[in-house]
Design a binder for this molecule. Sequence first.
Ligand code: HEC
Ligand code: HEC
Ligand code: HEC
Ligand code: HEC
Ligand code: HEC
Ligand code: HEC
Ligand code: HEC
Length: 322
Amino acid sequence: MNHAVKLIGGLMLVFVLSGIVESQAQEKTTSIRTDNQRTNELCLNCHAHNYFNYNNTVENKLVKHKMEPGMRIDTILFYQSNHKTFKCTDCHSEDFKTWPHAAEVRMEPQMNCIDCHGGDEKYAKYQFEKIEEEYALSTHAIRHAGDFTCWTCHEPHSYKISARNDSIIKKIIAYDNNICLSCHNNINKFELISDNEKPNIIAKHDWLPNQARHFQNVRCIECHAHVQDSLLVAHNIQPKEKAVKLCQECHSKNSILMNSLYQYQLKSKATGLGFDNEVMLDSSYVIGANRNIYLNKISLAIFLLVLAGIAIHSVLRIVSKK
Ligand code: HEC
Ligand code: HEC
Ligand code: HEC
Ligand code: HEC
Ligand code: HEC
Ligand code: HEC
Ligand code: HEC
């Protein structure tokens, strides 16, 4: 038999086998989740849609009713979030199972992050206690105590970690900035918290050249939060007078970005395989960084494929000789 045909056959076998292993792994995780997902369907039948149906017991007929946008939950985002394995009623009262929802259950206080994550070894690396301390010093907490909570930024039905997981810095920046802009660019959300007029964010950053480019390359917190070396994400948002305005703070050799935006990438570079050259420590400018993680990944994949090819080829040769 032709060697090339054997090689292709062998490679196909590897792909099929790895496909089977992967789909088994997926089945396992889905089966863990389906119990809670099934329970959630009761709530999501109403809360995931623009309309919901209920039985009008007085007139004894089925009524179609509008679901307010603010009450809608995006099912896809929910099942991608940090708390995707949860039942709705892990955080909300069981009493929500009946509708109309009783008035008292709406008054129930919400659990805070720290109620579940505080003092838990498993989450020590996130430093919830330290974050809470820093947040308490922030302008949001001081000016709007009571209305502003951790949930105000960490949308309970969609929040997922990004800075720690994503290797593409632009994705992290977009994700984190959207948390701030979803309110600072949205009068309806802003009004829920402040009676003051909402400042126009674009106009207020007029002084920054090439503003759109900056907002794609740095996070709001880079200029607005007090950096705490031990934390991956600074949580102490300062009043506007304290914001970074000096170009050299970033455009210099000891750019503040090394301790914030690039912090995690720098650390994982030290401990990781060393393939990525994401962060240019030696170059004196932030501008012009040449991070090409795709090329690294593609070349690694090609390398592994070649190795697999050689291995299969030798095995087939040995077998066919016998
Ligand atoms: C028959 C449709 C329906 C079902 C089923 C339903 N809800 Fe609701 N829910 C609504 C509507 C409509 C609102 C907004 C109007 C209101 O408060 O009654 C609402 C409001 C809420 C609110 C906001 C209450 C407030 O005022 O702050 C929460 C929280 C909530 N639902 C949770 C749940 C949970 C959890 C479940 C499942 C255990 C659930 N709902 C099942 C229709 C439903
Ligand atoms: C990790 C905890 C958690 C889980 C899980 C959770 N919620 Fe919530 N939910 C909250 C919190 C906290 C609030 C109040 C948010 C606020 O005050 O800003 C809330 C608010 C709501 C509201 C009021 C509208 C809003 O967004 O403020 C609805 C409706 C709701 N939840 C429905 C659900 C449904 C349906 C599920 C299941 C699919 C669910 N929740 C799962 C924590 C949770
Ligand atoms: C009702 C308890 C509860 C509350 C309240 C809660 N969490 Fe969680 N959280 C959990 C549990 C349990 C997990 C693990 C879920 C899993 O692995 O399926 C988790 C997972 C996480 C993760 C992912 C951890 C990892 O390493 O994968 C983060 C990040 C997180 N939560 C942040 C928060 C933040 C921020 C808040 C508040 C805004 C919060 N949580 C509120 C119980 C809670
Ligand atoms: C002003 C908005 C805001 C508030 C308020 C806020 N956070 Fe955050 N938080 C963020 C942003 C932005 C991130 C970065 C998300 C990412 O990229 O993973 C983050 C990340 C986190 C992380 C993950 C950090 C890591 O090391 O990966 C935790 C844990 C967390 N916040 C907890 C809290 C707790 C607890 C509170 C309340 C005491 C809180 N946050 C309040 C904006 C906020
Ligand atoms: C849910 C709405 C909301 C979110 C989310 C939010 N903010 Fe704010 N922010 C406010 C409100 C309200 C004020 C106070 C304005 C006032 O008191 O009039 C404020 C104040 C500020 C100030 C101080 C402005 C001044 O006048 O000194 C800064 C800076 C700021 N926010 C930045 C951020 C950043 C950065 C994020 C994201 C990490 C963020 N905000 C997330 C609503 C929000
Ligand atoms: C390059 C640094 C930098 C970045 C990035 C940046 N800001 Fe600012 N921001 C400033 C400075 C400096 C001021 C104060 C401007 C002044 O007083 O003229 C300011 C002002 C503000 C104010 C106060 C507006 C007012 O006058 O009441 C808010 C709110 C704000 N920024 C939010 C944000 C948000 C949200 C983002 C992310 C989309 C962001 N900023 C990104 C530096 C920055
Ligand atoms: C918070 C950090 C930070 C601050 C403060 C900052 N920059 Fe930038 N700047 C960046 C980053 C990051 C980029 C994008 C670099 C890249 O594209 O690789 C950038 C890009 C630029 C560019 C575009 C370069 C190009 O190739 O098109 C110019 C021009 C620029 N900055 C000028 C300034 C000036 C002038 C100031 C002060 C008024 C300033 N920056 C303040 C971080 C900052």
